[in-house]
Ligand binder design. Structure first.
Ligand code: C5P
Length: 217
């Protein structure tokens, strides 16, 4: 069974996906981490992110592996923290817009999802990666709410920017790129349950999703 959790940056998908997976005893797949790994490969290889062909080659050859405790390995190295850095954030949406990058990662996502029950979070899970997912959710929140949450997260984890304006601009820019690209843009699938989380607590959203999963899916 697949539960698809899509939505823009900073909406709280990752935390919710992990909590949901733990409550349902599902595994959890953070598809953004795959795109972040490609962005990090680009930086490490010194490739120009505007060069679609070179970036796509890196995506096709990268070995990305997930390990317990949400660890992510790229070509054998632990990149769990590195993929969350500001340099990766700046280019990730650019590389994620390339159709060949998406094609390379699509296979990987389907392969992982076929291994069992998964909560899969991303931007195009319900629309493209798992269009037949048993349950689909699309989370939204105002830019202000998402900026506040991301700032708090960066402060707590001591990574990424803690400058409010910079965080707001980065989220807005990434969302615009993700929503307007031609290949698998960020969209709410017509059969997804749409939840605006701006004025809801984490527990409220989790309960709402769980109730839908138990009743509707
Ligand atoms: O979810 P996260 O913020 O880690 O995603 C990083 C970026 O990866 C997104 O801004 C988006 O450009 C890309 N992404 C995507 N499709 C997905 C997941 C992430 O294009 N399914």
């Amino acid at each position: 069974m697949i539960i698809a959790l899509d939505g823009p940056s900073g909406v709280g998908k990752s935390t919710l996906a992990r909590a949901l997976a733990s409550r349902l005893q599902f595994s959890c797949l953070d598809t953004g981490a795959l795109y972040r790994c490609v962005a990090l490969s680009v930086l490490l290889a010194g490739v120009d992110e505007a060069n679609e062909i070179d970036v796509s080659k890196l995506a096709q050859t990268a070995t990305i592996r997930f390990a317990p405790q949400n660890k992510v390995f790229l070509n054998g190295a632990d990149v769990t923290d590195d993929i969350r850095g500001a340099r990766v954030e700046r280019i990730v949406s650019v590389v994620a817009a390339y159709p060949r990058v998406r094609a390379a990662l699509l296979e990987k996502q389907r392969e992982i999802g076929s291994l069992g029950n998964y909560v899969v979070e991303g931007r195009d899970i319900g629309s493209t990666v798992f269009p037949n997912a048993e349950c689909k959710f699309f989370l939204t929140a105002s830019l202000e709410a998402r900026t506040r949450r991301r700032l708090l997260q960066n402060q707590e984890k001591q990574r990424g920017s803690v400058d409010e304006q910079e965080v707001r601009n980065m989220l807005a820019k990434r969302d615009a790129t993700d929503a307007t690209r031609e290949a698998s843009p960020l969209v709410c699938p017509s059969d997804a349950v749409r939840i605006d989380t701006s004025d809801k607590t984490f527990e409220e959203v989790l309960t709402l999703i769980l109730n839908h999963v138990y009743e509707a899916c």
